[in-house]
Design a protein around this ligand. Structure first.
Ligand code: ARG
Length: 635
């Protein structure tokens, strides 16, 4: 099938000499690969260097004034001074239908694509592949030459909030970044399983049940479980604090018996017993907890849907069987990895991992004195169970960098337990903090509050432009979507590891590199499409040789890069790789409108320009959806 598409493309580019096939070359879906392949063949003839060395050495450039592709001469590992080699090779360069004659500068040879054939390759490709332009479904195959062997499986664990507790900035970022990574791997043809690993187990959920008995309301629980459970949890925690203070006070007053009575019968002890019943499978205790969990998940689902996220699995700390953790603990003990310390079970990494690395990992507690398993132990057993269940090829944990040490310890323990092959397949994707995230009503508690608040703010911004505002059909819904885009774009603009300031005014502005700016760029393309209203046949018959203006060729060159950008993002795993491209693309686009008018142009020119804008719309739409945004068609 790939060959057939290559033929189609070759037919499209009548001038094109036969393409050689190279590994990781996908000319049927990536226009730049046509050029890579072509330039490789020429350079191979000139230099005699193995094409397998040349092909990957043809790198993309940061900006188009540096060329569409560039070769670092030393990368070909030919003896001699790079500068002299460059001159010698370029003297032998033969005229190419696709590439301008290169002029080498020092160690580099930049290649500039000839605009005519590029337009013929890129525009029809984007228009034909539509939502798939930029995707490369063969990358995720177990065997690229044999799709029948199936897809590789990727597990992305992300968001993972804690029931009855605030959804904080760390969860927000995990949700946004994890959703994006899952989309990215899907675009690369992996079989992606999205898992939400809820914090839903531990003594605090025994406490929550007690709190519900005292403060709960059935009606509130069904109406707004997330807020209600949180309020109940806050109240019962206040009781606990009060009790503790009371016990201390009594103790200080010498009333040791009364203090002890509180410790023996107070909420804290009751919570411990309640949770013990839960771990022993006591039905009534579990039923209440399960309702809390189910109702919360139902609400989470609604909110995630607004971010275009759905999960395959709602897992959680509660889902790890006690027996499995005991078995893991036994295995660690048998292997001599753990030691008893005051009744607790701990692992001292310095004793098992040589050098600095061992010291920096410190000590980890796996089991408390009272026998309860901890966060870390659950994570270990859950990973082993996931491997059994999903037989994943890779797994990504999207968790804040505050938990770097936890994940390092966790992965290392799995390796020390002898599961080297599993440990080699897991990866922690971390990220920095959000500073000053608060709503107008105070500090943020839940994702819905954040989104509602940004939506309100966005609505205010839109209302400032009265004329435009009147034209928006459903301003509240539009403000909502734009607000969500604002939050997501701000989050994905910098490198993951950087902290950033949650800035409501900056993120909702239509100026600058913001979500609303991207949405506006998309809506404008949709509006042009509606106004010009050319048929599919008219666009298909467009003559691209009419696209000669520098603004047109610049835009075509940027659009050609999109499949490469996706591929590069699979290496960086940084949303900013897509974001940076997208702002470059939309700036090029905005700059072009005054120069590439459609309405009022000659019919043929109109067709060619419209086809170009159509491929821009497709590219922008695909990139926005990859990021998890919902592109709007009107605003
Ligand atoms: N629920 C945890 C928290 O809020 C995050 C879970 C991260 N994932 C994991 N496998 N430990 O801190």
């Amino acid at each position: 099938a790939a060959d057939a598409s290559v033929d189609q493309l070759a037919a499209l580019l009548k001038d094109l000499p036969p393409l050689d096939q190279y590994p990781n070359c996908f000319p049927a879906i990536n226009p730049v690969d046509i050029y890579r392949s072509h330039i490789t063949s020429i350079l191979h003839k000139i230099t005699g260097v193995d094409p397998k060395v040349i092909y990957p050495a043809l790198q993309w450039t940061a900006t188009l004034d540096k060329g569409d592709l560039v070769l670092a001469i030393p990368a070909l590992r030919v003896k001699g001074k790079p500068d002299a080699l460059g001159k010698e090779w370029m003297d032998k360069w033969e005229e190419s239908p696709l590439v301008e004659k290169p002029i080498h500068t020092g160690n580099f040879i930049p290649f500039f694509f000839k605009p005519g054939p590029l337009a013929k390759a890129v525009i029809p490709l984007a228009r034909r592949n539509k939502t798939e332009y930029g995707a490369n479904k063969s990358l995720g195959l177990k065997d690229q030459n044999d799709p029948s062997k199936g897809k590789k499986r990727m597990i992305v664990e992300f968001s993972s909030p804690n029931i009855a507790k605030p959804f904080h900035a760390g969860h927000l970022r995990s949700t946004i970044i994890g959703g994006f990574l899952a989309n990215l791997y899907e675009a690369a043809g992996w079989d992606v399983v999205r898992i939400n690993y809820l914090g839903d187990w531990g003594k605090q959920y025994g406490l929550l049940a007690l709190g519900f008995e005292k403060y709960g309301s059935e009606e509130e629980l069904t109406r707004d479980p997330i807020n209600h459970l949180f309020n109940v949890y806050v109240k019962i925690n206040q009781d606990i604090t009060a009790e503790k203070e009371q016990a201390e006070k009594l103790q200080a007053e010498g009333k040791a018996d009364e203090a002890q009575k509180i410790r023996d019968e107070g909420f804290d002890e009751q919570a411990r017993r309640y949770f013990k019943q839960m771990t022993e499978g006591e039905e009534k205790a579990l039923a209440l907890w399960k309702r809390f969990r189910d109702l919360s998940i139902e609400k989470y689902k609604e909110t995630y849907a607004r971010l275009n996220i759905r999960y395959d699995v709602y897992s959680g700390e509660s889902q790890v069987p006690e027996e499995d953790m005991q078995a893991a603990a036994k295995k660690m003990a048998d292997m001599g990895l753990t030691e008893e310390d005051n009744g607790a079970l701990l692992l001292d990494f310095a004793k098992h991992v040589p050098g600095k690395a061992g010291k920096s990992l410190g000590k980890a507690i796996l089991r408390k004195k009272d026998g309860t398993a901890l966060y870390l132990t659950r994570d270990i057993s859950e990973m082993l169970n996931r491997y059994k269940k999903y037989d994943f090829d890779q797994m990504i944990y999207v968790v804040a960098s505050q938990q770097d040490l936890h994940l390092k310890q966790f992965f290392k323990i799995v390796e020390l337990m002898g599961y080297k092959d599993i440990a080699a397949k897991v990866q922690h994707i971390n990220f920095g903090m959000v500073l000053g995230m608060s709503t107008r009503k105070g500090t943020v508690k839940f994702l819905n509050d954040i989104l509602r608040d940004v939506g309100d703010h966005m609505h205010d911004v839109m209302r400032k432009n009265e004329d435009k505002y009147k034209q928006v059909a459903d301003p509240v819904a539009t403000a909502d979507t734009l607000g969500i885009s604002s939050v997501m774009v701000q989050d994905m603009t910098g490198k993951r590891i950087n902290n950033y300031e949650f800035n409501m005014d900056a993120m909702t502005s239509f100026e600058g590199d913001t979500g609303p700016y991207l949405q506006y760029a998309h809506a404008r393309l949709c509006s042009i499409t509606r106004r010009v209203a050319l048929s599919e046949e008219e666009l298909a018959s467009a003559d691209f040789s009419l696209l000669t203006e520098s603004h047109a060729t610049e835009l075509i060159r940027v659009l050609a890069q999109w499949p490469d950008v996706v591929q590069n993002t699979l290496r960086t795993l940084e949303p900013t790789t897509v974001m940076t491209y997208l702002f470059k693309m939309t700036h090029t686009l905005s700059a072009s409108y005054d120069h590439l008018r459609i309405v009022g142009s000659e019919p043929e020119l109109m067709k060619a320009r419209m086809a170009l804008y159509d491929s821009a719309r497709i590219t922008l739409n695909n990139a926005m959806r990859l990021l998890g945004l919902s592109p709007v068609e009107r605003m």
